[in-house]
Design a protein around this ligand. Structure first.
Ligand SMILES: [Mg+2]
Length: 313
């Protein structure tokens, strides 16, 4: 698939937009700092993060983006092993911020053979033990999956579920990743926002009313439970639906409160896919950085390398 300059800018926006939203939301995560009308990349948050530094949301997305940038088909066992290895490398580096569920899955997998199959098995066991594994931790990192399979909805859906289930067994987390990735794919290719484009590939009877509700509600309605993947997706879509630009959308996502960095990372990826990297304010692009020593240019390069290999499939 040959991409135009505008499509390439939107592909970069999907990755960079998520990272910028993440770094903008970090200071306010779960009330770490009072919300403000014009959020800024103060740093801080729950992990003592530096100004402009992104958190686990983007760090885990980078693990996926690196594999995708090498041209891998994310549905294959080899690619999933490489993603799993990246997650474990990140975990071994001692991230300042990591979700409860992800910590348990990665910790247990690290004690075993570290493979994707083991990680998935550990995640499944945790789901059966606790009765729930629908945290927002797989949705927050999912956007690079769309770039790896642009224009191929079936491949995107299969890959999104495979990568989600490495840490999150709950099918609702997989469905959320499918919906979001297909919206990112659609936005990159067409420049349009349509979160419903993926409904035929998920449980539409479950999701359709939730999307309707999110369009009627303010993002703040989900502040109390947006650590749950469904409420996180609703909060992100609510923020996007009420905004007409990248900055307005991420500001609305942050100011919905709760898990601010994650909701803004999720929203930022789709906003960036719609409005393009050029629509992200320069001072945010200049500040954003994070593990493993990346800045905006390197994040952009991952997106461009991924789409270049997509064209060769
Ligand atoms: Mg985070």
């Amino acid at each position: 698939m040959e991409l135009t300059q505008a499509q390439l800018d939107r592909a970069v926006g999907a990755l960079l937009g998520g990272a910028v939203g993440d770094a903008l939301g970090v200071p306010y995560e779960y009330g770490s700092r009072p919300l403000e009308a014009q959020p800024q990349m103060h740093g801080g948050g729950l992990g003592g993060i530096a100004p402009g530094q992104y958190s686990d949301d983007t760090e885990m997305a980078v693990c996926i983006a690196r594999v995708a940038a090498d041209g891998a088909d994310l549905r294959t066992a080899e690619a999933l092993d490489a993603v799993a290895a990246g997650f474990l490398q990140w975990y071994a580096d001692g991230p300042p911020d990591i979700g409860v569920q992800t910590r348990r899955v990665l910790g247990e997998t690290a004690r075993q053979d570290g493979s994707a199959a083991t990680m998935r098995r550990v995640a499944t066991a945790l789901h059966h033990e606790t009765g729930h594994s629908g945290g927002n931790g797989s949705l927050m990192r999912t956007a690079p999956v769309a770039l790896a399979h642009l224009g191929d909805p079936e491949a995107i859906a299969d890959a999104a579920r495979a990568v989600s289930s490495l840490t999150h067994h709950d099918p609702v987390a997989g469905d959320a990743c499918v919906l979001w990735c297909l919206a990112v794919d659609h936005a990159v290719r067409t420049g349009e926002l349509d979160v419903r484009v993926g409904l035929p590939l998920v449980d539409a009877g479950y999701w359709s009313p939730l999307l309707d509700e999110a369009e009627q509600a303010e993002p703040a309605r989900y502040a109390r439970n947006n650590g749950w993947v469904v409420a996180a997706l609703q909060a992100a879509w609510s923020a996007i639906h009420r905004s007409a630009s990248y900055p307005d959308g991420v500001v609305a996502a942050v100011n919905g409160g709760g898990d601010t960095d994650t909701v803004a990372a999720i929203a930022g990826a789709l906003l960036g896919a719609r409005y393009g990297a050029d629509a992200i304010p320069a001072h945010w692009r200049e500040m954003v950085h994070g593990w493993p020593g990346l800045r905006a240019d390197e994040l952009a390069a991952f997106a461009l390398r991924t789409t270049a290999t997509t064209r060769d499939h």
